[in-house]
Design a protein around this ligand. Structure first.
Ligand SMILES: *[C@@H]1O[C@H](CO)[C@@H](O)[C@H](O)[C@H]1NC(C)=O
Ligand SMILES: *[C@@H]1O[C@H](CO)[C@@H](O)[C@H](O)[C@H]1NC(C)=O
Length: 406
């Protein structure tokens, strides 16, 4: 080949390559999102919004991402936390996965905690992490009405449209928290023993330790816990749906009660199962706002273990009939999660669960939620009716006050 020919050839290949790139580019802009801005409205005349805190540990990146996709709605706010036992690499991969979702990029309503906490399930570092999440969510978003804490092992049983629709009829200062002051065996085995959580002061992971002395049961305030009875193992629920006003009370601390109880419960075992319950029931301005349910579906083994049993496809029917919002707990990628995706959430693999806000066409190559219209409208599905029934019953129970902070 002569020099002239070589130059011509180079020129020709360059032209061909640019044409190809141009074609590819126009094709991708044609098929991917053409989002037009949609204004998010909050307030009494609009559906409520939720702040989600989803936490997990090492190896939970994919579960947390899947749970986010199942729960995503542009009106909500999300904070994801991979505790300190997970690597920074895993944290960065989670952040990258989150950024790959077009709606998340456009609405900017998902954050990943970059400076993780050391969380010990049995100690008080768990309560500290939840309070921190609430503080961040209060700071970054003025619009949400309820705070929901989830673990990587949870999954929703309703769409976000179902949830916001059912909660539209709920007074926004109400709190869903399973509680009782009937401590039973817990008084001597949980409240009186003194434990120390090294997660609060040691850099490496280590187990809690227990003091030989016990403290008397408090009489300056009453201790409340979850109602679930699980034999002599672990009882009480650390799961709840808390109102924005109650979390402001806990986090801003203009009244000393939340802070005093925080210091008291610091050395109590499984303080996440008593802290919020005790604060809310000892605060005169909040105790009337408690609805005695955590809106979770769980099955306890007999005899009960530390955690509820893993739900599988055999539990599907009962689970969806329960009319609650979340279920726990699940094995990673258990087939029953695919059933929930397919039948309830109508969610495609690696896509967000569609809601009325998604306006794109639905096909195997196109995610309907890469295009959107008005994000303030809802389209409740089949599960919404069941959840509405549950909420109506709970509200009846609440107005009779038979079951509140007793
Ligand atoms: C809560 O309910 C009790 C009993 O009905 C009532 O006496 C009290 O005034 C209520 N408190 C608030 C702050 O509404
Ligand atoms: C589901 O779990 C229960 C209890 O652990 C077990 O008895 C049952 O065989 C499981 N079903 C399937 C389909 O794996």
């Amino acid at each position: 080949m002569g020099a002239e020919k070589r130059r011509l050839f180079t020129l020709f290949s360059a032209a061909l390559l640019s044409l190809l790139l141009l074609l590819l580019y126009s094709f991708s802009t044609f098929t991917s999102s053409r989002p037009f801005p949609s204004v998010i409205h909050h307030g009494a005349h609009y559906p409520p919004a939720f702040a989600y805190y989803i936490s997990g540990g090492t190896g939970d990146k994919d579960r947390i991402f899947r749970l986010l996709l199942a729960l995503y709605h542009p009106r909500n706010r999300y904070l994801l936390h991979l505790a300190a036992d997970a690597s920074d690499d895993e944290r960065l991969k989670l952040a990258a996965a989150v950024r790959s979702v077009p709606a998340v990029r456009a609405f900017g309503n998902v954050d990943v905690v970059g400076k993780p906490d050391r969380v010990n399930f049995v100690g008080s570092s768990n309560v500290a992490a939840v309070l921190r999440a609430a503080a961040i969510l209060l700071k970054v978003d003025k619009g949400w009405n309820w705070f929901i804490a989830l673990s990587a092992l949870d999954y929703p049983l309703v769409t976000q449209d179902d949830l916001a629709h059912a909660f539209s009829s709920v007074r926004r200062d109400l709190n869903f928290i399973d509680h009782t002051s009937d401590l039973g065996w817990k008084e001597s085995q949980r409240i009186q023993p003194v434990i120390v959580d090294p997660g609060l002061y040691l850099a490496r992971k280590s187990q809690i330790f227990q003091a030989t002395e016990k403290r008397p049961t408090p009489d300056a305030f009453k201790v409340f816990t979850g109602r679930t009875e699980r034999g002599s193992c672990i009882a009480g629920s650390q799961w709840f749906v808390l109102s924005r006003s109650f979390l402001e009370f806990c986090v801003f601390g203009w009244d000393n009660l939340p802070r005093t109880l925080l210091m008291y419960f610091n050395i109590v075992m499984l303080s996440q199962e008593v802290y919020f319950h005790s604060v809310i029931c000892n605060a005169p301005e909040f105790k009337n706002t408690t609805i005695n349910s955590d809106l979770r579906y769980m099955i306890w083994d007999n005899p009960p273990k530390m955690e509820p049993h893993f739900l599988n496809v055999s539990d599907y029917d009962q689970m969806v009939q329960s009319g609650v919002v979340f279920a726990r707990q699940f094995q990673k990628d258990d087939p029953v999660l695919n059933m929930i995706d397919e039948k309830i959430l109508k969610r495609g693999h690696n896509r967000v669960a569609p809601g009325a806000w998604c306006t794109g066409q639905r096909s195997w190559w196109m995610d309907p939620c890469t295009q959107w219209g008005d994000v303030n409208v809802l389209k409740p599905g089949q599960q919404a009716t069941k959840l509405e029934d549950t909420i109506t019953n709970l509200l009846d129970d609440w107005s009779s006050q038979s079951n509140q902070c007793k």
